[in-house]
Design a protein around this ligand. Structure first.
Ligand code: HEC
Ligand code: HEC
Ligand code: HEC
Ligand code: HEC
Ligand code: HEC
Length: 193
C-alpha cells in the first residue's frame, strides 16, 4: 500500500517535472524536495540553457576544431524499424489533435517497455523527453540520434564538471561521454556503465 502511494506520488512528481520542461531549476527543486539523494547539481541555470538549434550549430563548429573527439566515432545511418516497415499508424493517429497515438512523453515507452533498468534515471529520459536526443524516423547518426553521439551530451552539458581532472582528459584519450555513461539510466547516480 505504502509502495503504491509512493509510486503515485513519484508519478505526479515526474509529470510536474515534465511540465517544467527542460528547466532543470524547477525540476531539480521538485525532485530534491521529496527525494533524498538527488545529487547536488552544478549551478542549475548552466544546464540545458543551450538547448536550441542555433546554439547547437555553433557548438558543432566549435567542437569540429577538436579533432581527437571528432574522429573517435564514425556516424552510422539508422532507420527506426517501424518507420522502415511503413507501420506509420503504429505511432500516428490522424483522429487525434497531436496526430500521434499517445502524447509525446508516452509514445516511445509504448513499445520500449520496461526501458529503465536501474534506480537512477537521466533527467530528460526520465520525463519521457526521448526526442531531446532522438528523432522518430531515421537519422544519419545511429541510433536515431539528433546529432552524433560524440556531440549530443554537450548540447546541454556545458557546465564545469565536478570531476574536472577526470573529464579534462576525456578528449585527449579519444573517449566520448557514452563510453562511460549510459545516456538513460544506471545503477549509480551518474549512470556509469
Ligand atoms: C516510432 C513512431 C513513428 C513512426 C513509426 C512514424 N512516425 Fe512520423 N512522427 C513521429 C513523431 C514522434 C513525430 C513528431 C516529431 C516531432 O514532434 O519532432 C512524427 C512526425 C511526422 C511528420 C511531421 C513532419 C516531420 O517529419 O517531423 C510526418 C509527415 C510523419 N511523421 C510521417 C510519417 C510516415 C509517413 C510514417 C511511416 C512511413 C511515419 N511518420 C512513421 C513518430 C513516428
Ligand atoms: C511501434 C513501436 C515503437 C515505437 C512507438 C517506438 N519504437 Fe523505437 N524501436 C521499435 C523497434 C521494433 C525497434 C527495433 C528493435 C531492435 O532492433 O531490437 C526500435 C528501435 C529503436 C532504437 C534503436 C535504433 C537503432 O538504430 O539501433 C531507438 C533509438 C528507438 N527505437 C527510439 C525510439 C524513440 C525515441 C521512440 C519515440 C519517438 C520510439 N523508439 C518509439 C519500435 C518502436
Ligand atoms: C540525453 C540524450 C538521450 C535521451 C534523452 C534518450 N536517449 Fe536513447 N540514446 C542516446 C544515446 C547517445 C544512445 C547511443 C548510446 C551508445 O551508443 O552507447 C541512445 C540509444 C538508445 C537506444 C538503442 C540502444 C539501447 O540503449 O537500447 C534506444 C532503444 C533508445 N536510446 C531509446 C530511448 C528512449 C525510449 C528514450 C526516452 C525514454 C531515450 N532513448 C532518451 C541518448 C538519449
Ligand atoms: C536535453 C538536455 C540534456 C542532454 C542532451 C544531456 N543531458 Fe545530462 N542532464 C540534463 C539535465 C536537465 C540533468 C539534471 C537532471 C535533474 O535535475 O534531474 C542532467 C543530469 C546528468 C547527469 C547527472 C548529474 C548530476 O549531478 O546528477 C549526468 C551524469 C548526465 N546528465 C550525463 C549526460 C550524458 C552522458 C549525456 C549524453 C549522452 C547527457 N547527459 C545529455 C540534461 C541533458
Ligand atoms: C572515462 C570515463 C568517463 C567519460 C568518457 C566521461 N565521464 Fe562523466 N563521469 C565519469 C565518472 C567516473 C564520474 C563520477 C565522478 C565522481 O564520482 O566524482 C563522472 C561524473 C559525471 C557527471 C556528474 C558529476 C560531475 O563531475 O559533474 C556528469 C554530469 C558527467 N560525468 C558528464 C559527462 C559528460 C557530458 C561527458 C562527455 C563530455 C563525460 N561525462 C565523459 C566518467 C566519465
Amino acid at each position: 500500500m505504502l509502495r503504491t502511494l509512493f509510486h503515485i506520488a513519484a508519478m505526479a512528481l515526474i509529470s510536474a517535472a515534465f511540465l517544467a520542461g527542460c528547466d532543470p531549476i524547477s525540476r531539480h527543486k521538485v525532485l530534491s524536495t521529496v527525494f533524498d539523494g538527488v545529487p547536488t547539481l552544478p549551478p542549475p541555470e548552466q544546464i540545458c540553457t543551450e538547448y536550441t538549434d542555433k546554439k547547437l550549430a555553433d557548438l558543432r563548429d566549435e567542437l569540429s576544431g577538436k579533432k581527437a573527439v571528432a574522429d573517435s566515432v564514425k556516424p552510422e545511418e539508422s532507420v527506426h524499424r517501424p518507420y522502415g516497415e511503413k507501420k506509420c499508424n503504429d505511432c500516428h493517429d490522424k483522429s487525434k489533435d497531436s496526430g500521434l497515438m499517445r502524447p509525446l512523453n508516452e509514445l516511445c515507452l509504448m513499445c520500449h517497455k520496461d526501458f529503465f533498468k536501474g534506480p537512477y534515471q537521466h533527467g530528460p529520459a526520465a520525463v519521457g523527453d526521448c526526442l531531446a536526443c532522438h528523432v522518430p524516423h531515421n537519422s544519419p547518426d545511429g541510433p536515431l540520434l539528433k546529432t552524433s553521439a560524440k556531440l549530443i551530451c554537450a548540447t546541454c552539458h556545458k557546465e564545469p564538471r565536478a570531476a574536472l581532472s577526470l573529464h579534462d582528459k576525456v578528449a585527449d584519450r579519444k573517449l566520448i561521454c557514452v563510453d562511460c555513461h549510459n545516456p538513460h539510466y544506471g545503477s549509480s547516480p551518474f549512470f556509469l556503465k
